[in-house]
Each structure stands twice: as C-alpha cells, then as structure tokens.
Design a protein around this ligand. Structure first.
Ligand code: SAM
Length: 264
C-alpha cells in the first residue's frame, strides 16, 4: 500500500522566505540545482516530484523544454494554476510516480529531483528511473537535505548536554535533527553517494549553506545589518561547498551509468 497523501500541499514543511537563513538556503539550493542540469534552449529536462512547479517554469523561461512529473493531484493543480500566470513557453505537467516514470529510455537531456527524494518510499528505484530516462552523457541531479549537517550535529550535542548532564526535561516538538513525519529516509552524505553511485557516475558533490535552522544562528543573522548577514551567509555557503558532509543540503550531479541491457 502506498502512503503518499495525494491531496497534500507543502505549507507545513517549507518555511521559504520567513527568515534570512531560510531564504538564502532555498534560493541557493534552487539556483545550484537548476544550474547543474545545464539548461538552455532546446534542452529536454524532467523535474521529478515537481510540486508547485516553480522550478520547471523557471527552466522553461531559459528556453528548455520541461516536463514536471508529480503524483499529487493538489500539487499538480497548483502547478497548472501557477503556470497560468506565466508568459512564454510552459512545462508539460504529468501525473506520475518517481519509481515508474512514464517516459521512454534516454528521452531527456537532464532529470532532476529537488528536496523530494527523502519523501519517496522507493528512493533508489527513483534514481534508477531518472538514470534510465536520461540520455547517455546527460545529467541526473539530486538536491537532498543532510540530516548529519553541522547544524544537526551541534543541535544534537546541545540537547545531549541539556538532557544528559544538566538533567533538563526533553523539549517538546520536533527537534532540528529529527526527520519530519513525511520523510521515509534520513539522508547523510554517504548514503546519498552510495544510492546515487549505483545508477549514476558522480561528477559533482556540492554543499549548500551551513548552520541553517540553529536557533542561535538564526537570531544572530536576523539581527545583523543586511550586508553583514549576506556576507556571513555567503561565507558559510563557501565552507559548505568545501565540506559538503557538513552542509545543510547536498546537491549531487552526474551522468547515467549504462544499463546492462544497453551495454550488451
Ligand atoms: C517537499 S516537496 C518538493 C517539491 C519540489 N521538488 C520543490 O522543490 O518545491 C516533495 C514532493 O514529493 C512528492 N512525492 C512524494 N512521494 C512521491 C513519489 N513516490 N514519487 C514522486 N513524487 C512524490 C510530493 O507529492 C511533493 O510534491
């Protein structure tokens, strides 16, 4: 039995734009993910779990021919509504599961999946499908939240200290390093590499943002003058890219491995 809520929206999970560090993280993750698909006029690109469709619409505006595949009826309806407001060429919206993509082999120049792999009940099957529908030499790109980031490690240590050594009561509610209820997998960089490498020859492993969501950092960055906040966020982002295992989000890109059938 599948346990995906086909009527869900994301108002509960995406705090985009609410704070400087959130805004920075979501913008940077989006820019890097789309850039790594190598978009351009005439490129055929697949957005897997396209959600509200904003990324597919942005790639269309760069001249690509884009398909957004998404199982949720509500998300697909939102995407159609949103694309009604856009001008110029629009994506094609297709209802579809990531583990059985309704496209022929080698159909796309690139496929990407942003912020959704950990929601899938069969994530590795989804990666295999993305590799199958992407042409040899094309690009498969995944952007995944890292639950072993520096921020998660620091928050866990602080709670261990509070609850273990200082004997304070366990805080109520979801903690920074707890995986949300609608995630199936707690990803850290080794698991990302392992699952992706079975289907994709990894070419880039990039880190995005550091310390996102840590309450003390969040408060500090809100209080800084805007230019200082920007410089700090950009500096941490560079550090995240140098040490992706500690980044808030990891973006992985590579070309599909030839399947046994294709190699024969
Ligand atoms: C957090 S949203 C991300 C949406 C979009 N990629 C973005 O960055 O805004 C996760 C999406 O995964 C979709 N989803 C969940 N399980 C799925 C599955 N097995 N196959 C394809 N999509 C799925 C949900 O419907 C939801 O739209």
């Amino acid at each position: 039995m599948r346990v995906v809520d086909l009527d869900r929206d994301m108002s509960d999970v995406i705090p985009t734009g609410t704070t400087r560090d959130s805004e920075y993280l979501f913008d940077r993750m989006t820019d890097l993910t789309l850039e790594l698909t190598r978009p351009g006029p005439g490129k055929r690109i697949l957005d897997v779990a396209s959600g509200f469709g904003q990324d597919a619409i942005a790639l269309c505006a760069q001249g690509a021919s884009v398909v957004g595949a998404e199982p949720s009826a509500r998300m697909t309806a939102w995407a159609r509504l949103k694309s009604g407001e856009a001008t110029g060429p629009l994506p094609h919206w297709v209802r579809g599961w990531s583990d059985a993509l309704p496209f022929p082999d080698d159909f796309f120049d690139a496929s990407f999946c942003k912020g959704a792999l950990d929601h899938f009940d069969q994530p590795e099957r989804a990666i295999a499908e993305m590799a199958r529908v992407t042409a040899p030499g094309g690009r498969v790109v995944l952007a995944i939240a890292n639950f072993d980031s520096l921020a998660c490690r620091a928050a866990r240590r602080a709670d261990d200290l509070r609850e273990g050594i200082l004997s304070r009561p366990v805080r109520r509610g979801r903690r920074h390093y707890d995986v949300p209820a609608d995630h199936f997998t707690r990803y850290e960089i080794e698991l990302m590499r392992e699952q992706m490498s079975r289907h994709v020859e990894l070419e880039e492993v990039r880190g995005v943002s550091m310390l996102w969501g840590l309450p003390s950092w969040n408060r500090a960055v809100q209080r800084m003058p805007e230019s200082a906040a920007d410089a700090a966020l950009r500096g941490l982002d560079r550090l995240a890219d140098a040490v992706p295992s500690l980044a808030d989000v990891v973006v992985l890109a590579g070309r599909p491995r030839p399947t046994l059938a294709a190699a024969a």
